[in-house]
Design a protein around this ligand. Sequence first.
Ligand SMILES: Nc1ncnc2c1ncn2[C@@H]1O[C@H](COP(=O)(O)OP(=O)(O)OP(=O)(O)O)[C@@H](O)[C@H]1O
Length: 316
Amino acid sequence: MENKKDVLLSLKDLEISFGAGKDKFVAVQDVNFDIFKGETFSLVGESGSGKTTIGRAILGINSTSNGTITFEGQQINGKISEKRKHEIERKIQMIFQDPSASLNDRATVDYIISEGLYNYGLFDSEEDRIKKVRTMLEEVGLLPEQLYRYPHEFSGGQRQRIGIARALIMEPDLVVADEPISALDVSIRAQVLNLLKKFQREQGVTYLFIAHDLSVVRFISDRIAVIRAGRILELAETEELFTNPIHPYTEALLSAVPVPDPQLAKTRKSYVYDPNMHHYETDKPKFVEIKPGHFVYCNEEEEARYKKELHEQGQI
Ligand SMILES: Nc1ncnc2c1ncn2[C@@H]1O[C@H](COP(=O)(O)OP(=O)(O)OP(=O)(O)O)[C@@H](O)[C@H]1O
């Protein structure tokens, strides 16, 4: 197991905008976080909050308008050499939400899983390549004899397994998993999450897991960042976020998470978040580390109030 505190990816003051002039739309701003080697870091927020935009910027698909993305200590946004770009495209892989749309339906499973191996010459001989692909198929719970089938011959869950095989065969350091289970049948979601965790244990791969639902990420994440309207509002270790949420938006999201215990469900407060309570343009909020490892986006007055409350509760 690698030291979890080694930073693999770092986003600093990241801003991503679309359009220009009066049509300019800032989709992501003030985004600051590090992802440690070997962890599962989840980015959670409602539809349109900017999760996919951040994931695509890390992969180099979206360009950034401000700030830096650093991977293995080197900046990867903005101008980078073709050689470095090629290297990163192997090291950072993506798993998509909709396995039907993301797999080429005219290609066999063998071709889909091998494509990256061909692009990077990651095999010694044809025999070696087939062996790698067969082993990977078994690793994701499919049968080696299904090698020459086409994606439409598989169920949704099996197609997602093909998508996972295609990403993991590249032995990436980071996998951006963008809502990898939300298009799947509820009954097979846990299996796919377990499969992702298995690869993490075996290969030490790091995940940036994107989801719109906190309950999905609770059991797989080491740390969670909550995003709303392009800004990260809170970031903490998973249990810390669930037991001691600080930002009112996180509290509102958590009050929507179903609680299995009916008694507990009755006593839990229900929060409604009013976005107008924050005046970001005039307040100059910052992403402040309120407790060790627990960050909240807040202005000075909120910071003082949060700290006072935590002090009174004996948390700091
Ligand atoms: N290419 C683009 N051009 C213009 N606006 C865009 C583009 N891509 C994304 N946006 C806008 O940026 C915002 C963030 O979108 P994004 O897809 O990142 O959200 P998301 O949190 O991933 O949502 P979802 O869960 O629906 O995928 C949205 O308002 C979206 O309309």
